[in-house]
Write a protein that binds this ligand. Structure first.
Ligand SMILES: C[S@@+](CC[C@H](N)C(=O)[O-])C[C@H]1O[C@@H](n2cnc3c(N)ncnc32)[C@H](O)[C@@H]1O
Length: 170
């Protein structure tokens, strides 16, 4: 068993129209139609073989602009404090985020993706395919999120993102 510190190097970067955290949608479901690209480092090109067969992929990344750790956070969708591990907030130990985005195409080491809730220039740590057989669940409980009405979630979740692309395709 290995313990201690790990050094993780990005395998690429995520590019998006999002420049300001407060104007970035809080989840892919609230970022419908917002396109981005993922540039994977050339040395990992071989690992992209067969990825194109998947309509959705997980992007695992580092919240590189989250400058602090908070164990209690006030989530975007509610005005009540919650434990950070019961949220998807960026201010977590290790600052690791993941988003299920739609994969539009693979062009060499560039992935064209949609439904992006990630800031431009974010370091990419890993890519995994979304696999319905493994990832879909029934009888799900969503804790405090179940207290938030769908309309409220949508209103707060989209935030102020409003350039030409994106919202109009909701
Ligand atoms: C609530 S987090 C959820 C992200 C991801 N879908 C997840 O579940 O881990 C989404 C917010 O993270 C912030 N964010 C996105 N990329 C970031 C980055 N590289 N550094 C810091 N914050 C970032 C944006 O403000 C965005 O609205």
């Amino acid at each position: 068993m290995s313990t201690g510190r790990y050094t993780i190097e990005p395998i690429g970067h995520i590019h998006s129209p999002h420049r300001k955290p407060k104007e970035t949608p809080i989840q892919p479901v609230f970022a419908r139609g917002i396109r981005g690209t993922v540039t994977v480092e050339e040395r990992y090109a071989d690992g992209l073989l067969d990825l194109e067969g998947f309509s959705h992929i997980y992007l695992v990344y580092r919240f590189d602009r989250a400058d602090k750790v908070k164990l209690r956070v006030r989530p975007y969708l509610q005005d009540q404090e919650r434990g950070v591990f019961a949220t998807r907030a960026p201010f977590r130990p290790n600052h690791i985020g993941f988003s299920v985005v739609r994969l539009l195409s693979v062009e060499g080491t560039t992935l064209h993706v949609e439904d992006v809730d990630i800031l431009d220039g974010t370091p990419l740590l890993d890519i995994k395919p979304f696999i319905a057989r493994y990832d879909l669940r029934e009888n799900v409980r969503s804790g405090w999120q179940d207290e938030v009405a769908d309309d409220t979630a949508r209103e707060r979740g989209i935030r102020d993102y409003a350039p030409e692309q994106g919202r109009d395709q909701e």
